[in-house]
Design a protein around this ligand. Structure first.
Ligand code: NAD
Length: 283
């Protein structure tokens, strides 16, 4: 039976470390706020936004909430981002995705100053990550790296297969695994022989966004399995991309849903906010 990787516990450790850091920074006169912008009232987004605000309160940083109506224009949103770019006390700007369809997400992401891009989605942040320069790392992939490190799972020289190539999970995940000296394969919806490729993985990262898709036939005996997916099943129960009960019997370690990758994403967002506070003013 696999070891269950406890993302809740590890993310709590990280938040406690950050809380101490924030207190120290405050004593040095360094403070800051995270601006959280939500357009519309999508219930799932509201839960994420609330969790982010709670995490800020826990580690002791201020959060500024901007709850805008669904019909907010792209121009109005871009103008708000521009204003926040110019405010020295704002160290991080987060625009909750998805945005309503009349607003171009890429345009909004690119309007955020890279020095305040705590989600790590700006092309400059992505470019810096790709070439190993300093910058904000995309929170979910960075959280997975931290989860593996803190669970004592070696990445160097290991075969890692990432399922999914999205800009926010799959691609940055592959780049960060490469940075850890893993041998990385990226797979996606057009990949042929997916089970066969996945069975070569020492570390299998499932981020395809399909509930309970990855069963035992995708997993090598003793592999480490990271489940990024989040879904509600027919009984309104949270589940991931992996058939947990089936895969835990053959994996050596596995992340559960909930309580695996999810809490780490928020912990890494907080880590990015604190990184923003440590740096020189950008406004
Ligand atoms: P996405 O839909 O943007 O991308 C999915 C990727 O999977 C695509 O690149 C696609 O090519 C690939 N894919 C789809 N079907 C496939 C198949 N049958 N075989 C192989 N590849 C396939 O999704 P995303 O934004 O990357 O998110 C993926 C999942 O992770 C979702 O369930 C999302 O809710 C979850 N997620 C969780 C967190 C977290 O904090 N835990 C954060 C972000 C996303």
């Amino acid at each position: 039976m696999a070891v269950i990787i406890d993302g809740k516990k590890i993310s709590q450790q990280i938040k406690d470390e950050l809380k101490e850091k924030v207190e120290k920074l405050r004593m040095e006169g360094k403070t800051g706020a995270l601006a959280v912008i939500q357009v519309g009232a999508d219930p799932a987004s509201s839960v994420y936004v609330r969790n982010k605000k709670n995490a800020c309160a826990y580690i002791g940083i201020e959060s500024l909430a901007y709850e805008l109506p669904e019909d907010t224009s792209e121009d109005a949103l871009l103008q708000l981002v521009e204003e926040l770019n110019g405010k020295e006390e704002v160290k991080g700007i987060l625009v909750q995705l998805p945005l309503p369809s009349h607003i171009c997400e890429d345009k909004v992401i690119q309007a955020i100053s890279p020095g305040k891009d705590v989600d790590g989605f700006h092309p400059q942040s992505v470019g810096a990550m790709a070439i190993g320069e300093k910058g904000f790392l995309s929170c979910t992939p960075a959280g997975i790296i931290e989860l593996l490190k803190r669970s004592g799972i070696e990445m160097e020289g290991k075969r890692c297969v990432v399922i999914g190539r999205s800009n926010i999970v799959g691609k940055p995940m592959a780049l960060l695994m490469l940075r850890e000296n893993a041998t990385v394969t990226i797979t996606h919806s057009r990949t042929k022989n997916l089970p066969e490729i996945c069975r070569q993985a020492d570390i299998l990262i499932a981020a395809l966004g399909k509930p309970r898709f990855i069963g035992a036939e995708y997993v090598k005996e003793g592999a480490v399995v990271v489940d990024v997916g989040i879904h509600r099943d027919e009984n309104n129960k949270l589940c991931g991309d992996v058939k947990f009960e089936e895969v835990e019997k053959i994996a050596s370690a596995i992340t559960p849903v909930p309580g695996g990758v999810g809490p780490m994403t928020i912990a890494m967002l907080m880590n990015n906010c604190v990184q923003g506070m440590e740096e020189e003013p950008k406004a």
